[in-house]
Ligand binder design. Sequence first.
Ligand code: PGA
Length: 253
Amino acid sequence: MRKPFIAGNWKMHKTVADAVNFARRLREAASRCTDRDVLIAPPFTALSAVTEVLKGTGIHVAAQNLHESRQGAFTGEISGPMIAEAGCDYVIVGHSERRTLFGEDDALIARKIEAALGCGLRVIFCIGETLQEREAGLTSGVVERQIKEGLKTLRNDDIKHLVIAYEPVWAIGTGKTATPGQAEEVHASIRTLMGRLFSEAAADSMPILYGGSAKPDNMAELMAEKNVDGGLIGGASLEFDSFFRMVMFDRKD
Ligand code: PGA
């Protein structure tokens, strides 16, 4: 049985003080989250302060990006070892905003994933098609290419450190959510492909998250699908109450 996995991606939002306040509220609520994985991805500036607040709670903290080298003359960049030193256990790689706004291609993403795993970080690997690609019937080909290229250098043993987030680009920040059926169709194909490329056991235990305008109102129906194990939530993770409703999506309280 895969545990539900609810992740908040704050993107370029929140001061350190705001991030710490949110993390304190999450820490208080942590005892109610033991049957699920909960993660927040603050901006780099808030990582150390947030990991300090959440130490010992089991709540995960991710960076939103990393450089593929361990160190060097790369002004403005942050490496995997720096992220690990800040207390993070995860890093997001391949988000569509990185792919489209910052020109990251499959080859670079593969190097970043390798670098992250190499310094002990777990990876949330984002994939997904654009609207044009969906309308042209290319969704499964695009997702397959992103997985094959992005995970090129991984071995079966690495998959236990991997979470895949399927985020159709047309749904991110647009208010347009994929239907549970659309999400399930792609999630199931991702799991089948991972089984073929690695092993059935690795594919079976790997969480696959849905991302793209997920909100408190549609979380439960998405999560009801067999292969939707959780969410990577942008906008709706910024307010504590909204995020926490999604964390506790199937609970009465
Ligand atoms: P959204 O973002 O929930 O605001 O659509 C999701 C994401 O980009 O991870």
